[in-house]
Design a binder for this molecule. Structure first.
Ligand code: HEC
Length: 145
């Protein structure tokens, strides 16, 4: 039994050493750095868990700030982007994951003639959840569900 404990301790020590000598340029100040990745090349986008509590009115404000330039303040579309209060974006055709994907990765033109949608890096996963909650609320008001 004593031997086993020792060997676990040795394994841990080796792991810690490997971790420290992994990258001579690593920043040990607590920040997560990716020294070989150009800035902006990778993006962490976390979709919140299902029990995350959304706030549609916060979602509306975020939508106006980040999406309205193309989709319109009421999400009924502009000459830059399509309406999202539209049958084709009902949950059974474009589930929430399509919205998360659009925000995180952008969209290639496929349903309309407005061109591609670029990713929206200013919006994180939780903010996206609030935006989706507002869009679903507005869709339900006109019977899209
Ligand atoms: C620069 C203009 C622009 C901005 C900003 C923009 N979009 Fe879009 N979006 C588009 C265009 C154009 C399309 C249509 C692509 C197609 O299907 O042809 C689109 C499509 C979508 C789709 C459909 C995705 C699919 O799978 O078909 C969703 C959802 C969406 N946008 C949500 C958003 C949200 C939410 C925001 C803000 C966080 C946003 N967009 C910001 C231009 C934009």
């Amino acid at each position: 039994m004593k031997r086993m404990t020792q060997s676990v301790a040795v394994t841990l020590a080796v792991l810690v050493l490997v971790g420290c000598s992994d990258d001579p340029h690593a920043d040990h100040g607590g920040g997560v750095t990716a020294p070989h990745t150009p800035p902006g090349a990778e993006r962490e986008f976390r979709i919140p868990l299902a029990d995350f509590v959304t706030d549609p009115s916060l979602g509306q404000r975020l939508f106006v700030a980040h999406c309205a330039v193309c989709h319109g303040e009421t999400a009924h579309g502009t000459d830059q982007g399509p309406p999202l209060i539209h049958r084709i974006y009902e949950p059974s055709h474009h589930a929430d994951i399509a919205f998360y994907r659009a925000i995180a990765l952008g969209v290639h033109q496929h349903h309309w003639d407005f061109g591609d949608m670029p990713p929206v890096p200013a919006v994180d996963g939780e903010q996206a959840a609030h935006i989706i909650a507002w869009i679903r609320q507005e869709q339900r008001k006109v019977g899209i569900e």
